[in-house]
Design a protein around this ligand. Structure first.
Ligand code: BG6
Length: 492
């Protein structure tokens, strides 16, 4: 494992401190960094929420959350005790008017890095930032972290960015997309720019198409209130899938400086060809899960999960995207994501062109080479190529894989995406965060799709939970003579 470099002592304030994200992701991430000795023990983690809770009862909740979300091997008595000592709780309606911020103000130590993490609904980002500024808490040492989604369309994203921008400069505004913190996503930079073999192949001359799949087995998991105003396009495509596409498709940045990387990602987003309204039905598929079975267990449909009779919100999306650029001219990027699919798997498949001419007998079907980048689970990469099967019987060929498994190569525990990202907010490194113009360019590209869906009378196509989405998603790619990569059995 690489050497851990401690961060400076900090005050980390979480608005939405009793929420699911805080308990499930943020506190476990901070705990792991503390356990590894990266966080100085005189730092403070201050949860802020409206509930009337004592510090002791908040620590009790945090303890329960750690027990639930941290592996038992990593729950070490001393570390747990030290971590709980750093935890504080302040009751405050942070978005409300004329609230008394003095308790929070008094707790913040002068001269320290201050991170204000807004784990709240995006409509509270502006009011909370206004209150932070009104109470003099937006000085040079303060950073604000905005959890996705930033708004629900281009207009609302711009309004939020304007409101936040009046209180915090862009350099101290960290828009989080936790996919960027995943080890395997960071590895895309290494794969592309730390190796010589791929760059020459990374273009339309050699690549036939790219697939990006982010499949989940879970349903809406008690987040129905949020999800039913969002849907898969806003929740996953506008941010996570487009960020993956950017890292895969971008030109080499001049350095790893935040703006150098983000400039290149922005160019990709701006080069995405917008879908015309009339093309949307042919180039996109939206679906909604109905009752079915996942991992052998019966599960209810989306409407039953919500307890509603009706909803036109999509829980599955497939999109054919194209980039207006010399490098990628004519190379489709097929994106798909959905809930209640048969497997939790996120992967990128780069499919190379077929062999233009073969010397092998006609009965040999030569599969085109594929580079499969497995983001989760079983993180790794596999390069599929044709190989001669050993033994008699002439030249028998079959596709085999050159594999790199993270687990076999590196062993150990891979830090959760939030661990890296939270430490980056303390360090002030925004390379793995979204800049304002990126977020807005991404909304701009999804807008015509949202508009076209909203203007049509048809509904999301039903798909049974536990299937790979509506059959129309298969047709979307098969119409082009291609198929989804579904050899998702751990072999790549
Ligand atoms: C979140 C979405 O951003 O990402 C969720 O809001 C989704 O709906 C989650 O389940 C997936 O993240 P991960 O890290 O589990 O792949």
């Amino acid at each position: 494992m690489p050497k851990i470099i401690p961060v400076p002592t900090f005050d980390f304030v979480i608005f939405g401190g009793t929420g699911d994200l805080t308990l499930r992701k943020l506190l476990p991430a901070l705990y792991h960094r503390f356990l590894d000795g990266q966080i100085p023990s005189d730092s403070q983690i201050i949860a802020v929420a409206r509930s009337d809770l004592s510090v002791e009862s908040y620590r009790g909740r945090a303890k329960k959350a750690l027990r639930q979300y941290v592996k038992p091997d990593n729950l070490k008595g001393d570390a747990e005790a030290g971590f709980h000592k750093m935890l504080h709780y302040v009751r405050l309606d942070a978005a409300g008017e004329k609230q008394d911020w003095s308790e929070l103000q008094a707790m913040l130590a002068p001269g320290r890095v201050r991170v204000f993490y807004l784990a709240t609904s995006p409509d509270l980002f502006g009011p909370i930032c206004d209150n932070l500024a009104g109470n003099g808490l937006n000085g040079d040492d303060a950073r604000v972290v905005l959890e996705k989604p930033i708004g629900r369309d281009l207009e609302s994203a711009r309004a939020i960015n304007d409101e936040v921008g009046r209180c915090f400069p862009e350099a101290r505004t960290f828009r989080i997309d936790h996919f960027l913190g995943k080890e395997t996503v960071q590895n895309l930079l290494a794969l592309r720019f730390a190796n010589t073999i791929f760059e020459r192949l990374w273009n339309a001359d050699v690549i036939d198409h790219v697939q990006i799949t982010v499949a989940e087995t879970v349903g809406v998991e008690g987040r129905g209130g949020y999800y039913d105003h969002s849907g898969a396009l806003r929740d996953m495509v506008q941010n996570h899938l487009l960020q993956l596409l950017c890292l895969l498709a971008m030109e080499q940045p001049v350095s790893l400086e935040a703006d150098a990387v983000r400039d290149e990602k922005l160019k990709v987003l701006r080069s995405l060809r917008p879908h015309e309204a009339y093309e949307v039905p042919a180039l996109t598929v939206r679906g909604q899960y109905t009752a079915g079975a996942v991992n052998g267990q019966p599960v209810p449909g989306y409407l039953a999960d919500l307890g509603h009779n009706d909803s036109t919100i999509e829980t599955f999306v497939a999109i054919k995207a194209e980039l207006n650029s010399r490098r990628w001219a004519g190379v489709p990027f097929y994106l798909r994501t959905g809930k209640r699919l048969p497997q939790k798997v996120s992967e990128i498949v780069v499919q190379f062109r077929s062999l233009p001419f073969s010397i092998f007998p006609k009965e040999h079907t030569l599969a085109a080479n594929k580079l499969i980048i497995r983001l989760q689970p079983e993180e790794g990469m596999r390069l599929e190529m044709m190989t001669k099967e050993p033994g008699p019987g002439g030249l028998q060929l079959r596709p085999t894989g050159l594999d790199i498994s993270y687990e076999k190569t590196f062993g150990g525990r891979f830090p959760d995406a939030y661990e890296r990202l939270l430490m980056d907010t303390v360090r002030g490194n925004s390379t793995l965060f979204m800049r304002r113009d990126e977020v807005e360019a991404a909304w701009q590209w999804v807008s015509p799709i949202m508009d076209a869906w909203a203007s049509r009378a048809d509904r999301p196509r039903p798909y049974a939970a536990g299937s790979w989405g509506p059959t129309a998603a298969i047709a979307l790619i098969e119409r082009d003579g291609r198929t989804w990569h579904e050899d998702l059995d751990g072999q790549g």
